[in-house]
Design a protein around this ligand. Sequence first.
Ligand SMILES: [Zn+2]
Ligand SMILES: [Zn+2]
Ligand SMILES: [Zn+2]
Length: 141
Amino acid sequence: MVNEQAALEHAEAELADAALMVHTPPAGEQTGRPAVHGAVVDDATRCVHYNGPTDIVAIKFRCCGRFYPCFQCHADAEQHPPARWAPAEWAEHGILCGACGRTLSIDEYRAVSGCPACGSAFNDGCRLHAHLYFEVPPAAG
Ligand SMILES: [Zn+2]
Ligand SMILES: [Zn+2]
Ligand SMILES: [Zn+2]
């Protein structure tokens, strides 16, 4: 019994070690940065519709799970209507910072005015469009 318990603990320790090591992206894959679809015009996810200095965020659409720079890009590329994230789902990492390639949860994104990882400012005007992506209360913002 004692040996069994020790073996189990040993196995668990090895699992923990393995978990620490899987952070390296598999060969052939880039940084794990999700692909951004639509009419993207540069590496920072700017698109033909929104390409100002701070238009660097791509949003994952709930309907298809694809990242697009904006709702217009989604409308142009997809045949289905966009689905929005309900507040209960805002822990989803549905926001991509085009500057550094990190993802943010929707909750996180709605609480900041720039990327917590690289410090790039996000377009404040995007807040006006929040209802297109997230189920926000009509009076918000
Ligand atoms: Zn979609
Ligand atoms: Zn667009
Ligand atoms: Zn960033």
